[in-house]
Ligand binder design. Structure first.
Ligand code: FE2
Ligand code: FE2
Length: 255
């Protein structure tokens, strides 16, 4: 089983990069299942029904989210039809959308859970460790993949060590900066952050001047997404016949 995980897709240029690079990557790595973090897909914050459909049509099988999961309320009316959209399980307030989803791929089951971390995340979520313990008691699948969404690398590494025997892969997201620590921990693929698929000339996706003004002059700003061509960041993982990861490769294609 070959899985591709695409890091946070930001805005129009990120979506364009998916269309540009995904078909060739699927072929090159013989990909069976594509997961992408789409929390910033709609102009940097959240996702809309139209963009959800656009990403699925682009070849993505499952879209995970994060702290911006509910930033575009338009997504809520279609939550039941959006069966490939995975909301964070521990983002407060926890709702009926907050659940793991299980997908059938090549006669195997792949569970996908979107979990938030807590360090530097402004108290918006329950403990990912407590919630993971509960999920493991109820979710059964051949391969269980986690999008672990948060700031602190140490917390993500600790999580991977805690659950390496229960999980097939832990992909960090949210910082928009790809880390060079991809590895396999006893059959569990891990990276602290998969990186961003969004405007390369930017400050983690946002307009550079606007962010500088906010930092240096403490001025309130809008949330303008930079317009440059996108970097494409993803991680490839291969699973053996025992459903354990035996190969991980970090992908970064700059414009
Ligand atoms: Fe993000
Ligand atoms: Fe985020």
């Amino acid at each position: 089983m070959n899985i591709l995980f695409i890091g946070d897709i930001v805005g129009a240029s990120g979506r364009a990069a998916v269309k540009k690079h995904l078909p060739a990557l699927k072929q090159r790595y013989d990909i069976d299942f594509v997961i992408a973090n789409g929390e910033n897909a709609a102009h940097g914050k959240g996702i809309t029904p139209r963009i959800y459909q656009e990403l699925i049509t682009s070849g993505i099988d499952c879209i995970t989210l994060g702290n911006h999961a509910y930033s575009k309320s338009e997504i809520l009316p279609i939550k039941d039809q959006a069966d490939r959209l995975v909301f964070p399980v521990n983002l407060l307030p926890v709702s009926e959308m907050s659940q793991t989803k299980v997908f059938r791929v090549k006669n195997k089951s792949i569970a996908v859970t979107n979990l938030m971390t807590q360090v530097f995340m402004e108290n918006v979520s329950q403990s990912p460790f407590d919630v993971m313990d509960q999920i493991l008691g109820s979710v059964k699948a051949d391969i269980h993949v986690i999008d672990l969404h948060g700031e602190a690398t140490s917390e993500k590494i600790a999580f991977a060590y805690q659950y390496k025997n229960d999980l097939g892969a832990v992909f960090g997201t949210h910082t928009h900066v790809q880390t060079a620590d991809e590895r396999i921990i006893d059959g569990c693929a891990f990276i602290s952050d998969a990186g961003m698929t969004g405007p390369y000339e930017s400050i983690i996706g946002r307009d550079i001047e606007e962010v500088l003004m906010r930092i240096t002059q403490k001025k309130a700003t809008k949330y303008t997404i930079a317009e440059s061509d996108a970097v494409f960041c993803a991680v490839f993982v291969r699973f053996d016949e025992n459903h354990r990861a035996d190969c991980i490769e970090r992908i970064q294609i700059r414009p």
